[in-house]
Design a protein around this ligand. Structure first.
Ligand code: DC
Length: 232
């Protein structure tokens, strides 16, 4: 069977990563979480103090650091889970990029053209031989406009906020539901309204609203669509 490219885009916190990961595992494909790449750059900016206390970013410094190779984003396979984990200059940072601090700043980083150009080129390189499931916001529209299967995932904002809240609580990271809901809404707005590669459903993407679907129903639907696309 053909080893295809599968683009999974959609709103934040609607379970894209979980479903993309599972699909890649079922198909024996590589999985790439592109949001983790933008989060990793954000972590760099936070660690280097590139955000002022009022949230202003020193873009020039970030651009210079990226150009001079001081912000290397890569993935490393976790030998126990067999999942790729994001690295910043060789250090695995999976555990540091999911909290509210990075989540609250990542949209600013992801809206910068020089960051997007660099991440997009890296993503295209990773997917050049197919056999890949990539999740993000612009995979079907910008990174792989010719992907054989494109899925656009969404769910109601309240459902997504609750899921993220449960996730953080399960990890022992205290959070306030209202704050998360506000963050989800704010990110939807910024992601869909930025000038470079805004979040939007590609014309040929299949829409999946999983607000009222179980994980099982969702993965069956996705696997079926993937098999259809691979058989074409
Ligand atoms: O999927 P996520 O929540 O981990 O993504 C983090 C942020 O990165 C989110 O605000 C949108 C942005 N992003 C993007 O602009 N383009 C992508 N391909 C993936 C994520």
């Amino acid at each position: 069977m053909k080893r295809i490219t599968i683009a999974i885009d959609g709103h934040s916190s609607c379970g894209k990563s979980t479903m993309a990961k599972q699909l890649a595992h079922e198909l024996g494909y590589i999985y790439v979480d592109t949001g983790a790449m933008y989060r990793t750059v954000t972590l760099y900016a936070l660690r280097e103090g590139l955000f002022s206390p009022d949230g202003h970013l020193d873009e020039k410094r970030l651009q210079q650091d990226m150009q001079e190779g001081r912000v290397r984003v890569s993935f490393q396979l976790n030998p126990a889970t067999h999942l790729p984990e994001p690295c910043l200059n060789g250090e695995v940072v999976e555990g540091s990029i999911r909290g509210i601090e990075v989540s609250g700043r990542v949209s600013i980083i992801a809206a910068l053209p020089f960051v997007r150009t660099s991440m997009t080129a890296q993503q295209q390189q990773m997917g050049r031989e197919g056999g890949i499931v990539m999740d993000g916001r612009d995979i079907g529209t910008v990174v792989f406009p010719h992907a054989e299967l494109k899925v656009f995932v969404t769910a109601r904002a309240e459902v997504r906020a609750q899921r993220r809240y449960d996730e953080l609580m399960a990890k022992g990271q205290p959070a306030a539901y209202e704050e998360i809901l506000a963050n989800v809404r704010e990110r939807d707005y910024i992601d869909s309204h930025r000038s470079v590669a805004p979040l939007k459903q590609a014309d040929d993407a299949l829409l999946l609203d999983n607000s009222d679907l179980t994980r099982e129903e969702q993965s069956q639907w996705l696997l079926e669509k993937a098999r259809e696309a691979m058989a074409e």
